[in-house]
Design a protein around this ligand. Sequence first.
Ligand SMILES: Cc1cc2nc3c(=O)[nH]c(=O)nc-3n(C[C@H](O)[C@H](O)[C@H](O)COP(=O)(O)OP(=O)(O)OC[C@H]3O[C@@H](n4cnc5c(N)ncnc54)[C@H](O)[C@@H]3O)c2cc1C
Length: 510
Amino acid sequence: MNGQHFDIAIVGAGINGASAAQHLSAAGYRVLVVDQGDFANGATSRSSRLLHCGLRHLANGSSIYRMMLRPDKLLKSLGTVRADMLARDEIVDSIPERVRAMNFCLPIYRDDPYTPWHMDAAFAMLRMASPKGVPLDYRRYRANQLDQVPVGPWLRDPDRLRSVAVFREYVFDWPERIALDALFDARRMGAEVHNYIQVQALVRDDAKGHWRLTLQEVLQECRAHEVTATVALNLAGAWVDRVIGRTGRNAPQKCQGIKGIHIAVQLPPEFADWGVFNYNSLGEPLYCLPWRGIHYVGLTRTPHKGDATGVFATDQEIDWMLAETNRCLPKLGLSRADVLYSWAGVNPLTHDEEMPLGSREIKIHNLSADGIEGMFTLTGGPIMTHRRVANRLLECLRPGFPPSGPEQELSYRSEGSFGLGDKGGVASLNAKVLRAAISHCAQHENPASLADLMMRRLGLGWNADQGQELAEQVAREAAPHLGWSEERTVSEINTFRDHLARYRRKPSGS
Ligand SMILES: Cc1cc2nc3c(=O)[nH]c(=O)nc-3n(C[C@H](O)[C@H](O)[C@H](O)COP(=O)(O)OP(=O)(O)OC[C@H]3O[C@@H](n4cnc5c(N)ncnc54)[C@H](O)[C@@H]3O)c2cc1C
Protein backbone atom coordinates (compact mmCIF):
# COMPACT_ATOMS: atom_id res chain seq x y z
CA MET A 1 0.00 0.00 0.00
CA ASN A 2 2.74 2.43 0.97
CA GLY A 3 3.03 5.30 -1.51
CA GLN A 4 -0.02 4.35 -3.55
CA HIS A 5 -2.63 6.83 -4.75
CA PHE A 6 -6.36 6.14 -4.61
CA ASP A 7 -9.33 8.00 -5.99
CA ILE A 8 -11.13 7.45 -2.71
CA ALA A 9 -9.93 6.44 0.76
CA ILE A 10 -12.76 5.16 2.95
CA VAL A 11 -12.28 5.36 6.72
CA GLY A 12 -14.38 2.63 8.36
CA ALA A 13 -15.52 -0.76 7.08
CA GLY A 14 -18.92 -1.03 8.71
CA ILE A 15 -21.96 -1.63 6.56
CA ASN A 16 -21.80 1.86 5.05
CA GLY A 17 -18.06 1.79 4.35
CA ALA A 18 -18.41 -1.69 2.86
CA SER A 19 -21.35 -0.80 0.66
CA ALA A 20 -19.71 2.45 -0.46
CA ALA A 21 -16.51 0.53 -1.33
CA GLN A 22 -18.55 -1.92 -3.41
CA HIS A 23 -20.65 0.66 -5.28
CA LEU A 24 -17.78 3.09 -5.85
CA SER A 25 -15.50 0.32 -7.13
CA ALA A 26 -18.27 -0.71 -9.52
CA ALA A 27 -18.50 2.90 -10.72
CA GLY A 28 -14.81 2.80 -11.66
CA TYR A 29 -13.14 4.42 -8.64
CA ARG A 30 -9.85 3.11 -7.28
CA VAL A 31 -10.83 2.56 -3.66
CA LEU A 32 -9.00 1.95 -0.40
CA VAL A 33 -11.07 0.96 2.64
CA VAL A 34 -9.57 0.44 6.08
CA ASP A 35 -10.94 -0.31 9.53
CA GLN A 36 -9.15 0.15 12.83
CA GLY A 37 -10.69 -3.08 14.10
CA ASP A 38 -12.18 -6.06 12.36
CA PHE A 39 -14.54 -5.40 9.44
CA ALA A 40 -18.06 -4.55 10.65
CA ASN A 41 -17.09 -4.62 14.32
CA GLY A 42 -18.72 -1.24 15.11
CA ALA A 43 -22.42 -0.40 15.24
CA THR A 44 -23.01 -2.80 12.34
CA SER A 45 -22.44 -5.79 14.63
CA ARG A 46 -24.35 -4.38 17.61
CA SER A 47 -27.73 -3.28 16.27
CA SER A 48 -31.28 -4.61 16.72
CA ARG A 49 -30.81 -6.07 13.21
CA LEU A 50 -34.30 -5.06 12.14
CA LEU A 51 -35.13 -4.52 8.52
CA HIS A 52 -37.81 -2.03 9.53
CA CYS A 53 -40.82 -1.73 7.25
CA GLY A 54 -41.05 1.99 8.07
CA LEU A 55 -43.77 1.79 10.75
CA ARG A 56 -41.40 3.29 13.34
CA HIS A 57 -41.51 6.60 11.48
CA LEU A 58 -45.31 6.69 11.70
CA ALA A 59 -45.60 5.19 15.21
CA ASN A 60 -42.45 6.28 17.01
CA GLY A 61 -44.15 6.81 20.35
CA SER A 62 -45.14 10.45 19.68
CA SER A 63 -48.85 11.20 19.64
CA ILE A 64 -50.52 11.92 16.31
CA TYR A 65 -51.29 15.41 17.68
CA ARG A 66 -47.59 16.10 18.32
CA MET A 67 -46.70 14.84 14.86
CA MET A 68 -49.28 17.17 13.30
CA LEU A 69 -47.66 20.11 15.10
CA ARG A 70 -44.52 19.58 13.03
CA PRO A 71 -45.77 19.10 9.44
CA ASP A 72 -42.21 19.53 8.10
CA LYS A 73 -41.05 16.53 10.15
CA LEU A 74 -44.17 14.55 9.24
CA LEU A 75 -43.54 15.11 5.55
CA LYS A 76 -39.93 14.02 5.98
CA SER A 77 -41.13 10.90 7.80
CA LEU A 78 -43.42 10.01 4.90
CA GLY A 79 -40.48 10.23 2.52
CA THR A 80 -38.44 8.00 4.83
CA VAL A 81 -41.28 5.49 5.03
CA ARG A 82 -41.27 5.08 1.27
CA ALA A 83 -37.49 4.77 1.18
CA ASP A 84 -37.60 2.11 3.93
CA MET A 85 -40.27 0.10 2.15
CA LEU A 86 -38.26 0.16 -1.08
CA ALA A 87 -35.06 -0.83 0.77
CA ARG A 88 -37.01 -3.70 2.38
CA ASP A 89 -38.19 -4.93 -1.04
CA GLU A 90 -34.71 -4.73 -2.52
CA ILE A 91 -33.01 -6.56 0.32
CA VAL A 92 -35.60 -9.31 0.70
CA ASP A 93 -35.58 -9.90 -3.08
CA SER A 94 -31.81 -9.81 -3.60
CA ILE A 95 -30.46 -11.55 -0.47
CA PRO A 96 -33.33 -13.65 0.94
CA GLU A 97 -30.77 -15.90 2.67
CA ARG A 98 -29.63 -12.97 4.81
CA VAL A 99 -33.04 -12.10 6.32
CA ARG A 100 -35.58 -14.00 8.43
CA ALA A 101 -39.29 -13.21 8.41
CA MET A 102 -41.27 -13.14 11.65
CA ASN A 103 -44.73 -12.24 12.89
CA PHE A 104 -44.45 -8.91 14.67
CA CYS A 105 -47.20 -8.27 17.20
CA LEU A 106 -48.02 -4.75 18.36
CA PRO A 107 -50.57 -4.52 21.18
CA ILE A 108 -52.70 -1.36 21.24
CA TYR A 109 -53.83 -0.24 24.73
CA ARG A 110 -56.49 2.26 25.78
CA ASP A 111 -53.91 4.82 26.93
CA ASP A 112 -51.55 4.38 23.94
CA PRO A 113 -50.81 7.31 21.62
CA TYR A 114 -52.38 5.33 18.75
CA THR A 115 -55.87 3.94 18.25
CA PRO A 116 -56.58 0.83 16.18
CA TRP A 117 -57.74 2.96 13.24
CA HIS A 118 -54.48 4.95 13.36
CA MET A 119 -52.70 1.66 12.93
CA ASP A 120 -54.94 0.66 9.99
CA ALA A 121 -54.20 4.04 8.38
CA ALA A 122 -50.45 3.66 8.99
CA PHE A 123 -50.43 0.27 7.29
CA ALA A 124 -52.50 1.61 4.40
CA MET A 125 -49.77 4.26 3.92
CA LEU A 126 -47.04 1.62 4.12
CA ARG A 127 -48.83 -0.45 1.49
CA MET A 128 -49.20 2.60 -0.74
CA ALA A 129 -45.47 3.23 -0.44
CA SER A 130 -44.79 -0.06 -2.21
CA PRO A 131 -48.03 -1.61 -3.52
CA LYS A 132 -46.35 -4.48 -5.37
CA GLY A 133 -43.51 -5.05 -2.95
CA VAL A 134 -42.84 -7.66 -0.27
CA PRO A 135 -46.20 -8.18 1.53
CA LEU A 136 -46.78 -6.79 5.02
CA ASP A 137 -49.41 -9.44 5.87
CA TYR A 138 -51.07 -6.90 8.14
CA ARG A 139 -54.02 -8.09 10.19
CA ARG A 140 -55.64 -6.78 13.34
CA TYR A 141 -57.27 -8.76 16.12
CA ARG A 142 -59.77 -7.46 18.65
CA ALA A 143 -59.08 -8.00 22.34
CA ASN A 144 -61.58 -10.89 22.38
CA GLN A 145 -59.72 -12.65 19.54
CA LEU A 146 -56.43 -13.02 21.41
CA ASP A 147 -56.65 -16.81 21.19
CA GLN A 148 -55.64 -16.39 17.51
CA VAL A 149 -52.33 -14.78 18.48
CA PRO A 150 -49.93 -17.28 20.12
CA VAL A 151 -48.17 -14.61 22.20
CA GLY A 152 -51.49 -12.90 23.10
CA PRO A 153 -51.86 -14.51 26.54
CA TRP A 154 -48.45 -13.17 27.56
CA LEU A 155 -49.26 -9.52 26.92
CA ARG A 156 -49.74 -7.15 29.87
CA ASP A 157 -53.05 -5.65 31.02
CA PRO A 158 -55.54 -7.71 28.97
CA ASP A 159 -58.40 -5.59 30.40
CA ARG A 160 -56.88 -2.43 28.86
CA LEU A 161 -56.03 -4.03 25.53
CA ARG A 162 -58.04 -2.65 22.60
CA SER A 163 -56.55 -4.57 19.77
CA VAL A 164 -53.45 -6.38 18.51
CA ALA A 165 -51.83 -5.52 15.18
CA VAL A 166 -49.76 -8.26 13.54
CA PHE A 167 -47.54 -7.85 10.49
CA ARG A 168 -44.58 -9.39 8.73
CA GLU A 169 -41.21 -7.94 9.68
CA TYR A 170 -37.67 -9.15 9.00
CA VAL A 171 -34.41 -9.35 10.92
CA PHE A 172 -31.01 -9.46 9.26
CA ASP A 173 -29.19 -12.72 9.87
CA TRP A 174 -26.41 -11.61 10.10
CA PRO A 175 -25.56 -8.00 9.06
CA GLU A 176 -21.80 -8.37 9.48
CA ARG A 177 -21.86 -10.96 6.70
CA ILE A 178 -23.63 -8.52 4.37
CA ALA A 179 -20.84 -6.02 5.01
CA LEU A 180 -18.16 -8.67 4.46
CA ASP A 181 -19.74 -9.81 1.19
CA ALA A 182 -19.82 -6.20 -0.04
CA LEU A 183 -16.17 -5.67 0.98
CA PHE A 184 -14.93 -8.79 -0.74
CA ASP A 185 -16.94 -7.95 -3.84
CA ALA A 186 -15.20 -4.54 -3.81
CA ARG A 187 -11.86 -6.36 -3.50
CA ARG A 188 -12.79 -8.55 -6.49
CA MET A 189 -13.26 -5.31 -8.44
CA GLY A 190 -9.82 -4.04 -7.44
CA ALA A 191 -10.36 -2.23 -4.13
CA GLU A 192 -7.72 -2.45 -1.38
CA VAL A 193 -9.58 -3.76 1.68
CA HIS A 194 -7.82 -3.91 5.08
CA ASN A 195 -8.85 -4.53 8.65
CA TYR A 196 -6.85 -3.57 11.76
CA ILE A 197 -5.47 -0.45 10.11
CA GLN A 198 -6.22 2.85 11.76
CA VAL A 199 -6.26 6.19 10.00
CA GLN A 200 -4.11 8.26 12.31
CA ALA A 201 -3.76 11.48 10.38
CA LEU A 202 -5.23 13.08 7.28
CA VAL A 203 -3.39 16.05 5.83
CA ARG A 204 -4.93 18.00 2.98
CA ASP A 205 -2.53 19.13 0.28
CA ASP A 206 -4.58 21.86 -1.38
CA ALA A 207 -1.93 22.52 -4.04
CA LYS A 208 -2.01 18.92 -5.22
CA GLY A 209 -5.74 18.55 -4.49
CA HIS A 210 -5.38 15.39 -2.49
CA TRP A 211 -5.19 13.93 1.04
CA ARG A 212 -2.13 12.35 2.60
CA LEU A 213 -3.18 9.64 5.02
CA THR A 214 -1.03 8.09 7.72
CA LEU A 215 -2.20 4.54 8.36
CA GLN A 216 -1.11 2.61 11.43
CA GLU A 217 -1.23 -1.18 11.62
CA VAL A 218 -3.02 -1.85 14.88
CA LEU A 219 -1.67 -5.37 15.46
CA GLN A 220 1.95 -4.46 14.61
CA GLU A 221 2.58 -1.14 16.22
CA CYS A 222 5.82 -0.42 14.43
CA ARG A 223 4.27 -0.59 10.95
CA ALA A 224 2.79 2.49 9.36
CA HIS A 225 1.92 3.37 5.76
CA GLU A 226 1.44 6.61 3.86
CA VAL A 227 -0.98 6.83 0.95
CA THR A 228 -2.68 9.64 -0.93
CA ALA A 229 -6.28 9.92 -2.05
CA THR A 230 -8.25 12.49 -4.01
CA VAL A 231 -11.26 12.14 -1.71
CA ALA A 232 -11.50 11.04 1.93
CA LEU A 233 -14.80 9.37 2.73
CA ASN A 234 -15.26 9.44 6.47
CA LEU A 235 -17.64 6.56 7.18
CA ALA A 236 -16.35 5.94 10.67
CA GLY A 237 -19.76 5.70 12.38
CA ALA A 238 -19.66 6.97 15.96
CA TRP A 239 -16.04 8.03 15.39
CA VAL A 240 -16.66 10.47 12.49
CA ASP A 241 -15.99 13.58 14.59
CA ARG A 242 -12.74 12.07 15.86
CA VAL A 243 -11.66 11.36 12.29
CA ILE A 244 -12.45 14.97 11.33
CA GLY A 245 -10.30 15.99 14.32
CA ARG A 246 -7.42 14.03 12.79
CA THR A 247 -7.31 16.48 9.88
CA GLY A 248 -6.11 19.14 12.33
CA ARG A 249 -9.07 21.33 11.29
CA ASN A 250 -12.19 22.24 13.23
CA ALA A 251 -15.74 21.54 12.17
CA PRO A 252 -19.05 21.60 14.07
CA GLN A 253 -20.15 18.29 15.65
CA LYS A 254 -21.76 15.98 13.10
CA CYS A 255 -22.66 12.85 15.05
CA GLN A 256 -24.65 12.13 18.20
CA GLY A 257 -23.71 8.67 19.48
CA ILE A 258 -26.56 6.86 21.24
CA LYS A 259 -25.68 3.81 23.28
CA GLY A 260 -28.13 0.92 23.10
CA ILE A 261 -28.08 -2.51 24.73
CA HIS A 262 -29.86 -5.80 24.09
CA ILE A 263 -30.32 -8.93 26.19
CA ALA A 264 -30.76 -12.47 24.83
CA VAL A 265 -33.23 -14.75 26.61
CA GLN A 266 -34.99 -18.07 26.10
CA LEU A 267 -38.77 -17.58 25.85
CA PRO A 268 -41.62 -20.12 25.98
CA PRO A 269 -42.41 -22.11 22.79
CA GLU A 270 -45.42 -19.90 21.91
CA PHE A 271 -42.95 -17.16 21.01
CA ALA A 272 -41.29 -19.20 18.23
CA ASP A 273 -41.13 -16.98 15.10
CA TRP A 274 -43.07 -14.26 16.95
CA GLY A 275 -41.75 -10.87 17.92
CA VAL A 276 -43.37 -8.22 20.10
CA PHE A 277 -43.22 -4.47 19.38
CA ASN A 278 -44.29 -2.43 22.41
CA TYR A 279 -43.59 0.90 24.05
CA ASN A 280 -41.44 1.04 27.17
CA SER A 281 -42.19 3.18 30.23
CA LEU A 282 -40.47 6.13 28.49
CA GLY A 283 -42.81 5.77 25.51
CA GLU A 284 -40.01 4.54 23.25
CA PRO A 285 -40.15 1.38 21.11
CA LEU A 286 -39.23 -1.91 22.79
CA TYR A 287 -38.44 -4.85 20.51
CA CYS A 288 -38.54 -8.49 21.50
CA LEU A 289 -37.28 -10.45 18.50
CA PRO A 290 -36.99 -14.14 17.64
CA TRP A 291 -33.45 -15.20 16.89
CA ARG A 292 -32.08 -18.65 16.15
CA GLY A 293 -34.33 -20.42 18.65
CA ILE A 294 -34.03 -17.74 21.35
CA HIS A 295 -35.13 -14.07 21.60
CA TYR A 296 -33.36 -10.81 22.20
CA VAL A 297 -34.90 -7.69 23.69
CA GLY A 298 -33.82 -4.09 23.26
CA LEU A 299 -33.10 -1.38 23.62
CA THR A 300 -31.82 1.41 25.84
CA ARG A 301 -31.09 4.87 24.42
CA THR A 302 -28.41 6.87 26.23
CA PRO A 303 -26.31 9.69 24.78
CA HIS A 304 -22.74 8.43 24.56
CA LYS A 305 -19.65 10.59 24.78
CA GLY A 306 -16.10 9.37 24.30
CA ASP A 307 -14.73 6.39 22.42
CA ALA A 308 -17.33 3.90 21.20
CA THR A 309 -14.81 1.03 21.23
CA GLY A 310 -15.38 -1.66 23.82
CA VAL A 311 -18.81 -0.58 25.09
CA PHE A 312 -20.73 -3.25 27.00
CA ALA A 313 -24.05 -3.60 28.82
CA THR A 314 -23.75 -2.71 32.51
CA ASP A 315 -25.69 -4.48 35.28
CA GLN A 316 -27.82 -1.38 35.67
CA GLU A 317 -28.72 -1.32 31.97
CA ILE A 318 -29.49 -5.04 31.96
CA ASP A 319 -31.73 -4.64 35.04
CA TRP A 320 -33.60 -1.80 33.34
CA MET A 321 -34.07 -3.89 30.19
CA LEU A 322 -35.33 -6.83 32.28
CA ALA A 323 -37.76 -4.56 34.15
CA GLU A 324 -39.09 -3.09 30.91
CA THR A 325 -39.50 -6.54 29.36
CA ASN A 326 -41.36 -7.75 32.45
CA ARG A 327 -43.52 -4.64 32.27
CA CYS A 328 -44.59 -5.49 28.69
CA LEU A 329 -44.72 -9.28 29.18
CA PRO A 330 -45.21 -9.66 32.96
CA LYS A 331 -45.96 -13.37 32.95
CA LEU A 332 -42.40 -14.04 31.77
CA GLY A 333 -41.04 -12.93 35.15
CA LEU A 334 -37.51 -12.65 33.76
CA SER A 335 -34.58 -12.23 36.13
CA ARG A 336 -30.82 -11.83 35.77
CA ALA A 337 -30.49 -15.61 35.72
CA ASP A 338 -32.43 -15.72 32.42
CA VAL A 339 -29.97 -13.54 30.52
CA LEU A 340 -27.99 -15.75 28.11
CA TYR A 341 -25.88 -12.85 26.92
CA SER A 342 -26.01 -9.13 26.24
CA TRP A 343 -24.42 -6.66 23.88
CA ALA A 344 -24.11 -2.93 23.45
CA GLY A 345 -23.38 -0.54 20.61
CA VAL A 346 -23.28 3.14 19.80
CA ASN A 347 -25.65 4.26 17.08
CA PRO A 348 -24.08 7.06 14.99
CA LEU A 349 -27.12 9.34 14.69
CA THR A 350 -27.09 12.85 13.28
CA HIS A 351 -26.32 15.65 15.72
CA ASP A 352 -29.19 18.09 16.13
CA GLU A 353 -29.15 20.87 18.75
CA GLU A 354 -32.90 20.42 19.30
CA MET A 355 -32.74 16.66 19.80
CA PRO A 356 -30.66 15.35 22.73
CA LEU A 357 -31.13 11.79 21.47
CA GLY A 358 -29.96 12.70 17.97
CA SER A 359 -31.85 12.82 14.70
CA ARG A 360 -32.50 9.79 12.48
CA GLU A 361 -31.97 11.89 9.39
CA ILE A 362 -29.54 10.14 7.04
CA LYS A 363 -27.15 12.96 6.30
CA ILE A 364 -24.19 13.19 3.94
CA HIS A 365 -22.01 16.12 4.97
CA ASN A 366 -19.79 17.71 2.36
CA LEU A 367 -17.08 19.16 4.59
CA SER A 368 -16.14 21.82 2.06
CA ALA A 369 -18.92 23.77 3.81
CA ASP A 370 -16.62 23.75 6.88
CA GLY A 371 -13.55 24.69 4.83
CA ILE A 372 -12.33 21.08 4.51
CA GLU A 373 -12.16 20.26 0.82
CA GLY A 374 -12.44 16.74 -0.55
CA MET A 375 -13.96 15.10 2.52
CA PHE A 376 -17.47 13.70 2.89
CA THR A 377 -18.98 12.07 5.93
CA LEU A 378 -22.17 10.27 6.90
CA THR A 379 -24.36 10.25 9.98
CA GLY A 380 -27.62 8.45 10.72
CA GLY A 381 -27.17 5.72 8.08
CA PRO A 382 -28.78 2.49 9.36
CA ILE A 383 -28.00 -0.98 8.07
CA MET A 384 -31.15 -1.31 6.05
CA THR A 385 -30.45 1.64 3.73
CA HIS A 386 -26.77 0.97 3.05
CA ARG A 387 -27.25 0.59 -0.71
CA ARG A 388 -29.22 3.84 -0.98
CA VAL A 389 -26.51 5.65 0.99
CA ALA A 390 -23.79 4.24 -1.28
CA ASN A 391 -25.69 5.45 -4.35
CA ARG A 392 -26.23 8.88 -2.80
CA LEU A 393 -22.50 9.11 -2.06
CA LEU A 394 -21.81 8.21 -5.67
CA GLU A 395 -24.15 11.00 -6.84
CA CYS A 396 -22.33 13.48 -4.57
CA LEU A 397 -18.88 12.45 -5.76
CA ARG A 398 -19.24 11.89 -9.48
CA PRO A 399 -19.70 15.51 -10.66
CA GLY A 400 -16.59 16.89 -8.89
CA PHE A 401 -14.45 13.76 -8.72
CA PRO A 402 -14.88 11.52 -11.76
CA PRO A 403 -13.66 7.90 -11.47
CA SER A 404 -10.30 7.00 -12.96
CA GLY A 405 -11.31 3.58 -14.27
CA PRO A 406 -14.08 1.83 -16.19
CA GLU A 407 -17.38 0.72 -14.67
CA GLN A 408 -17.71 -2.88 -13.48
CA GLU A 409 -20.58 -5.17 -12.57
CA LEU A 410 -21.14 -5.59 -8.83
CA SER A 411 -22.70 -8.66 -7.27
CA TYR A 412 -24.90 -8.95 -4.19
CA ARG A 413 -24.33 -12.69 -4.10
CA SER A 414 -23.92 -13.89 -0.55
CA GLU A 415 -20.54 -15.64 -0.37
CA GLY A 416 -20.91 -16.43 3.26
CA SER A 417 -24.09 -18.48 3.38
CA PHE A 418 -22.25 -21.68 4.11
CA GLY A 419 -25.49 -23.17 5.51
CA LEU A 420 -24.27 -22.23 8.98
CA GLY A 421 -25.79 -20.63 11.98
CA ASP A 422 -29.41 -21.53 11.39
CA LYS A 423 -30.47 -22.95 14.69
CA GLY A 424 -26.92 -23.53 15.81
CA GLY A 425 -25.42 -26.44 17.69
CA VAL A 426 -23.06 -29.16 16.58
CA ALA A 427 -25.81 -31.71 16.03
CA SER A 428 -27.47 -29.68 13.28
CA LEU A 429 -24.20 -28.81 11.62
CA ASN A 430 -22.77 -30.63 8.68
CA ALA A 431 -19.10 -31.12 9.57
CA LYS A 432 -17.98 -30.99 5.95
CA VAL A 433 -19.77 -27.68 5.37
CA LEU A 434 -18.27 -26.22 8.52
CA ARG A 435 -14.75 -27.31 7.58
CA ALA A 436 -15.11 -25.81 4.10
CA ALA A 437 -16.45 -22.54 5.53
CA ILE A 438 -13.64 -22.23 8.09
CA SER A 439 -11.01 -22.96 5.49
CA HIS A 440 -12.52 -20.40 3.06
CA CYS A 441 -12.77 -17.65 5.69
CA ALA A 442 -9.32 -18.32 7.14
CA GLN A 443 -7.63 -18.22 3.75
CA HIS A 444 -9.52 -15.45 2.00
CA GLU A 445 -11.21 -13.18 4.54
CA ASN A 446 -8.40 -11.74 6.75
CA PRO A 447 -9.48 -12.93 10.22
CA ALA A 448 -6.91 -12.00 12.85
CA SER A 449 -8.45 -13.91 15.73
CA LEU A 450 -10.89 -16.65 16.65
CA ALA A 451 -13.38 -13.93 17.64
CA ASP A 452 -13.22 -12.54 14.09
CA LEU A 453 -14.05 -15.99 12.75
CA MET A 454 -16.78 -16.82 15.25
CA MET A 455 -18.54 -13.45 15.39
CA ARG A 456 -18.27 -11.99 11.92
CA ARG A 457 -17.01 -14.53 9.33
CA LEU A 458 -19.13 -17.52 10.42
CA GLY A 459 -21.77 -15.87 12.64
CA LEU A 460 -21.64 -18.80 15.08
CA GLY A 461 -21.05 -16.45 18.01
CA TRP A 462 -24.64 -15.30 17.62
CA ASN A 463 -26.08 -18.73 18.47
CA ALA A 464 -27.78 -19.31 21.84
CA ASP A 465 -24.51 -20.67 23.30
CA GLN A 466 -22.48 -17.96 21.52
CA GLY A 467 -20.64 -20.64 19.61
CA GLN A 468 -18.92 -21.94 22.76
CA GLU A 469 -19.57 -25.54 21.75
CA LEU A 470 -17.86 -25.04 18.40
CA ALA A 471 -15.10 -22.60 19.34
CA GLU A 472 -12.38 -25.16 19.86
CA GLN A 473 -13.25 -27.06 16.68
CA VAL A 474 -13.20 -23.83 14.66
CA ALA A 475 -9.86 -22.77 16.18
CA ARG A 476 -8.23 -26.12 15.46
CA GLU A 477 -9.57 -26.23 11.91
CA ALA A 478 -8.39 -22.66 11.22
CA ALA A 479 -4.99 -23.03 12.90
CA PRO A 480 -3.04 -24.55 9.98
CA HIS A 481 -4.43 -21.95 7.55
CA LEU A 482 -3.52 -19.08 9.87
CA GLY A 483 -0.18 -20.49 11.00
CA TRP A 484 -1.28 -20.77 14.64
CA SER A 485 0.89 -22.95 16.89
CA GLU A 486 -0.73 -25.14 19.56
CA GLU A 487 0.03 -22.46 22.14
CA ARG A 488 -1.52 -19.72 20.00
CA THR A 489 -4.59 -21.88 19.28
CA VAL A 490 -5.23 -22.41 22.99
CA SER A 491 -4.67 -18.73 23.64
CA GLU A 492 -7.19 -17.82 20.87
CA ILE A 493 -9.82 -20.07 22.48
CA ASN A 494 -9.25 -18.44 25.87
CA THR A 495 -9.22 -14.94 24.40
CA PHE A 496 -12.52 -15.64 22.63
CA ARG A 497 -14.07 -16.78 25.93
CA ASP A 498 -12.72 -13.64 27.64
CA HIS A 499 -14.19 -11.54 24.84
CA LEU A 500 -17.65 -13.08 25.44
CA ALA A 501 -17.37 -12.65 29.20
CA ARG A 502 -16.44 -8.99 28.84
CA TYR A 503 -18.42 -7.59 25.92
CA ARG A 504 -21.36 -10.01 25.74
CA ARG A 505 -21.62 -10.48 29.44
CA LYS A 506 -24.22 -12.02 31.68
CA PRO A 507 -25.13 -9.76 34.60
CA SER A 508 -23.27 -10.19 37.89
CA GLY A 509 -24.58 -12.89 40.17
CA SER A 510 -26.42 -14.78 37.39
C1 LIG B 1 -28.28 -0.48 19.61
C2 LIG B 1 -28.44 -0.24 18.13
C3 LIG B 1 -29.59 -0.67 17.47
C4 LIG B 1 -29.72 -0.47 16.09
N1 LIG B 1 -30.77 -1.03 15.41
C5 LIG B 1 -30.82 -0.99 14.06
C6 LIG B 1 -31.79 -1.73 13.33
O1 LIG B 1 -32.61 -2.43 13.92
N2 LIG B 1 -31.78 -1.66 11.98
C7 LIG B 1 -30.86 -0.91 11.30
O2 LIG B 1 -30.90 -0.89 10.07
N3 LIG B 1 -29.91 -0.20 11.96
C8 LIG B 1 -29.87 -0.23 13.32
N4 LIG B 1 -28.89 0.43 14.01
C9 LIG B 1 -28.04 1.39 13.30
C10 LIG B 1 -26.91 0.73 12.57
O3 LIG B 1 -26.33 -0.32 13.32
C11 LIG B 1 -25.86 1.76 12.24
O4 LIG B 1 -26.44 2.94 11.78
C12 LIG B 1 -24.92 1.25 11.15
O5 LIG B 1 -24.44 -0.02 11.50
C13 LIG B 1 -23.79 2.24 10.96
O6 LIG B 1 -22.88 1.65 10.08
P1 LIG B 1 -21.56 2.43 9.72
O7 LIG B 1 -20.85 1.62 8.71
O8 LIG B 1 -21.91 3.84 9.35
O9 LIG B 1 -20.78 2.52 11.12
P2 LIG B 1 -20.03 1.35 11.93
O10 LIG B 1 -20.63 0.04 11.72
O11 LIG B 1 -19.91 1.81 13.34
O12 LIG B 1 -18.61 1.35 11.26
C14 LIG B 1 -17.67 2.38 11.43
C15 LIG B 1 -16.30 1.76 11.43
O13 LIG B 1 -15.31 2.78 11.41
C16 LIG B 1 -14.16 2.26 12.04
N5 LIG B 1 -13.26 3.37 12.39
C17 LIG B 1 -13.49 4.36 13.28
N6 LIG B 1 -12.42 5.20 13.34
C18 LIG B 1 -11.49 4.72 12.48
C19 LIG B 1 -10.18 5.13 12.10
N7 LIG B 1 -9.60 6.21 12.62
N8 LIG B 1 -9.50 4.38 11.19
C20 LIG B 1 -10.08 3.27 10.65
N9 LIG B 1 -11.32 2.84 10.98
C21 LIG B 1 -12.02 3.55 11.86
C22 LIG B 1 -14.74 1.52 13.24
O14 LIG B 1 -13.84 0.54 13.73
C23 LIG B 1 -16.01 0.92 12.67
O15 LIG B 1 -15.87 -0.44 12.29
C24 LIG B 1 -28.72 0.24 15.38
C25 LIG B 1 -27.56 0.67 16.06
C26 LIG B 1 -27.41 0.42 17.42
C27 LIG B 1 -26.15 0.82 18.10
